[in-house]
Structures are given as C-alpha cells and as structure tokens.
Design a protein around this ligand. Structure first.
Ligand code: MTE
Length: 301
C-alpha cells in the first residue's frame, strides 16, 4: 500500500452542512481551501455537482432487510440498534477478531484518517459521505499475502429487521470485492452523511461505498469482513446471475438484460428532467480503469 494518497483533513475540519450547502461561500472562503486539499483522486467530477438534499438521500432507499418498497427503510430502519457495534474481521488476516466500531473510529481519528468524501453514487445521487478508506481498516487487520478477495456480510437480526421474514434474497446479504478494488483509495467505509451519523436506512453504523460500481454493491450495516483467496458470493449475483455479475462496474456499454444503462437521471430533478449519458466507471475512469486492464468487461460484468 506504499504511495497511497494520504488524507490531510482532520475531523474538526469537516464542513458543517450549512456551509457545505452553500458552495459559493465554501469555495470563496478559507474552509474551502482545506476541503479542497482533501479531495481524493477521481473526485474532480463529483466536485462539480451539487450534492443531493438530505431528504432525497434518506427517504428513497433499498435495504431489503426492512422491506422491498423504496420507503420501507425510512419507515422501519429506525428500530435498528446500532450501538454498540462490532465487525468481525477474519480469514486471511494476521489479526483476526471482533473489532469494536468505537475503537476503529478512535484509531482513525488519531491517525487523521476520517474525512469527507463527496461522491457520485451510481444511483445518480451526489452524496457527501464521511468515513475512512477500507484500506485503512484492512491494514489494522493485516492482510496476508495470499488473500485475493474481500467478502462482506450484513447484520441479520430478525427482531429488528422485518424484511428478513421474506425470502426475496438469501440472508444474510453478502457482497465481495477483489482485493485491489478493496484497497483502492476511492473505496470507502462510510459512517456519516453531511457530517452527521449515517441514518439507519442508509446502512448505519457503517457501510461500503464503491463509487465506480452500481449502488447494489454498497452493502449496508456490515458485521463481518473476510479475506479469502476465492471469489466470494454476492447477494444479487446469487439471486439473478444473468442480471448481476460479480464486478458490477458502471458501464454504459453493457446493458442490464431488461433495461439500457446508457443514460441516467439525477435523483431529485424530477421525472421530466433530461437524462444524462452514463459515464464509464461512473466518471472515475482515470482512477480505476487500470484495475481492469486486459479484462473483457462484457464477460466480467
Ligand atoms: N445492503 C443490504 N444489506 N441490503 C440491501 O437490500 N440494497 C443495495 C445496497 N446495499 C441493500 C444493501 C441496493 S440494491 C442499493 S441500490 C443500495 O444499497 C442503496 O442504498 P442507498 O440509496 O442508501 O445508497
């Protein structure tokens, strides 16, 4: 992981929502200088777009553990207990164990690795996340040399998650990344939005964000991370393998079998707003295309 981009923003520098919303003031003032200094590679595109409003980000979600309607998560996720929380990290790591989220966050604060990411979600939302790089969490666990993939698992707590009663997916919800994707600096463990704790419906207290992949790769409320040498299963691929592949990179040239993915519309602009062309890797090509050099992305969709 030598040469990785190093974040210089401290937690106290995180911009309050009111300032964040007023981008003109932000860019003109001193606060803007520190925020821009923290811009991660690949964020150039995201930096030019207005973030979606809190209401848009939190009212319309998929989190099937709470039901399959888009407003079910906002209705039912409030009952989820998110404190205390720990993540089991196991498999091919030097330090397997249960990591308390509090301890993880304390370490990230001390090492100045908590910061703000503004990213374009592949649901056509622009979300100002707070969090840290997944690479920094994996570094705590010490990834062993033979590891090639990272598997993720969501909490499965039927008393608080009414959607688990329905076999719409195989529970628990699982996801996976190749190790090089997982340690890329754009791969985020998000714990907040707009500087506030992440709302339950968005995956509290900790969820994955992979800006160049479709939104369903962003597994929520993570309780387990396993390092392996074999490609792990993913919930959507298990459920509909012809529709959802392991990689799920945003790619306008590869259509979903039932709809085109060449165009998208930013959420919040209304159904009559004009659609925009979907960008390869969701606009992050300069940063991530090299990960897939030589791969047939139609076969590895
Ligand atoms: N994670 C879990 N555990 N359960 C889910 O049903 N849905 C996925 C993903 N993560 C889901 C999940 C899908 S389909 C999408 S589009 C995103 O979460 C949407 O989340 P967001 O709008 O809060 O970013």
């Amino acid at each position: 992981m030598a040469g990785r981009w190093k974040n210089k923003l401290r937690e106290r520098d995180v911009t309050p929502e009111a300032i964040w919303l007023n981008r003109r003031a932000l860019l003109g003032g001193l606060a803007g200088a520190s925020v821009l200094a923290a811009v991660a590679p690949g964020r150039a595109q995201a930096e030019t777009l207005e973030p979606n409003r809190w209401e848009e980000i939190t009212a319309y979600n998929n989190f099937y553990e709470f039901g399959t309607a888009k407003d079910d998560p906002a209705k039912y996720a409030g009952q989820l207990t998110v404190k205390p929380w720990s993540i089991k990290i196991d498999g091919m790591v030097d330090n397997p164990g249960d990591y308390a989220l509090e301890d993880i966050l304390a370490k990230m604060v001390v090492e100045e690795r908590i910061y703000r990411f503004r990213c374009v979600e592949a649901w056509s939302m622009v979300i100002p996340w707070n969090g840290f790089e997944l690479a920094d969490l994996l570094a705590l666990a010490g990834v062993q040399s033979g590891a090639k993939y990272v598997a993720f698992e969501t909490l499965q707590r039927p008393e608080e998650m009414p959607g688990l009663r329905y076999p719409v997916l195989e529970w628990p919800y699982v996801e996976g990344l190749r190790l090089d994707e997982a340690v890329h600096p754009l791969t985020i463990m998000a714990t907040g939005i707009y500087g506030k704790d992440i709302p339950n419906q968005n995956g509290a207290p900790i969820r994955l964000v992979v800006p160049w992949k479709y939104g369903f790769k962003s597994i929520k409320s993570i309780v387990r991370i396993t390092l392996t040498d074999t490609q792990p299963p993913t919930s959507w691929n298990k459920s509909q393998p012809s529709e959802y592949g392991f990689y799920s990179n945003v790619n306008p040239q590869v259509d979903h079998p039932r709809w085109s993915q060449a165009y998208e519309r930013k959420v919040g602009q209304g159904l009559f707003a004009s659609k925009q062309e979907t960008l390869m890797f969701n606009g992050y090509s300069d940063d991530v295309a090299a990960l897939y050099a030589g791969m047939d992305l139609k076969a590895n969709f």
